[in-house]
Design a protein around this ligand. Structure first.
Ligand SMILES: [Zn+2]
Length: 325
């Protein structure tokens, strides 16, 4: 019941614009069985997303790779080790509608529903799925391509968007088709910061927000405390941007510790904000001792920043305990 209240509040708060953005997700969630979504990357035996960081978030600038452009994806990297070889998995059920390209590395695109696609870039050239194949959440789509070109370290480029081919993005008349050219399903992966449109106007969506909008109710019983959190985790009465939010207490935790997952709060996936400050993801959790509170799960980090000095990196403090398959 509380999860329903959370969703209703979110929809009302954004003056209904969320409804249009969520139509694809809602329809998808109604059709999805079991766990409707999970993160796109994992090491064997670990939860999806555990040990990874979003080095460059959605609508963030990567100044050392493509200055002056907004990233239309999330780049997932392993913390402190090579990312090449990490498993890549479908975030939800759907049909593979594209396998190909040289990004470098292959690109796989999954259609979950009308107007709802997920895209996985920089995969090993041996792809275990083919176009037309149905996949379930957690099905393996390949592995992260081991890059040796020196241009960027190995990573997964992960997009959520409402189009496969759009005429003015990656279709017959691309406006800024820098990497891709005509009728190229993967698309450019970036959009100029000084363009009149924000990437959401073209159909890209904030991936993290999109996944959590499928179901504001938790999709696992427990979450895992990420290593970077260290030993202290702040519990709040409400999500921290709420005017009533107050710090309840600071929990002593250990990395890898499990907490009960009670609720989620996020925001619309089609907002016009930019930089990692645009991310809003809070989980309400419960300890074994019964302490409850909200934790800031998506945290902007200045370890990467745009040319305007705002953060580009997003660290995930809590990882849903969901494995592939
Ligand atoms: Zn990328």
């Amino acid at each position: 019941m509380s999860a329903r209240l959370t969703r209703r509040t979110a929809v009302t708060g954004a003056l209904g614009s969320v409804i249009a953005a969520m139509n694809g997700w809602k329809a998808f969630a109604e059709e999805a069985s079991e766990i409707p979504w999970s993160y796109p990357i994992a090491w064997p035996g670990r939860a999806l997303g555990d040990g990874f960081v979003i080095r460059h978030g959605f609508a963030c600038e990567n100044t050392w790779y493509h200055p002056g452009w907004f990233h239309t994806a999330e780049d997932w990297y392993t913390e402190g080790r090579e990312t090449g070889g990490a498993g890549v998995y479908a975030v939800g059920a759907g049909e593979v509608v594209f396998v190909g390209s040289d990004y470098p590395g292959r690109v796989v695109i999954v259609k979950h529903h009308e107007g709802l696609f997920s895209m996985y870039g920089h995969l090993e050239y041996e792809v275990p799925v083919r176009e037309g194949q149905k996949v379930r959440r957690g099905d393996r789509l390949g592995a992260v391509y081991y890059r040796t070109d020196g241009i960027t370290p190995s990573h997964l480029h992960f997009e959520v968007r409402n189009f496969l081919i759009r005429d003015d993005v990656n279709g017959g008349n691309p406006q800024h088709g820098v990497r891709c050219g005509f009728n190229c399903a993967p698309g450019p992966g970036y959009w100029p910061i000084n363009a009149p449109e924000h990437p959401v106007d073209l159909g890209w969506r904030n991936p993290l927000h999109s996944l959590h909008l499928i179901a504001t109710a938790p999709t696992a019983e427990t979450v895992i405390v990420a290593e970077f959190v260290g030993s202290a985790l702040e519990l709040w009465t409400d999500p921290g941007d709420h005017e009533r939010a107050e710090l309840v207490q600071t929990l002593q935790v250990a990395p890898g510790e499990r907490l009960g997952w009670l609720k989620t709060a996020t925001r619309a996936a089609d907002r016009h904000d930019t930089s990692a400050l645009a991310y809003r993801l809070w989980y309400k959790v419960e300890t074994e001792r019964g302490e409850r509170g909200w934790v800031q799960t998506a945290r902007p980090s200045m370890r990467e920043s745009g040319s305007d000095g705002r953060p580009s990196m997003v660290e995930l403090a809590l990882i849903p305990e969901i494995t592939a398959g």
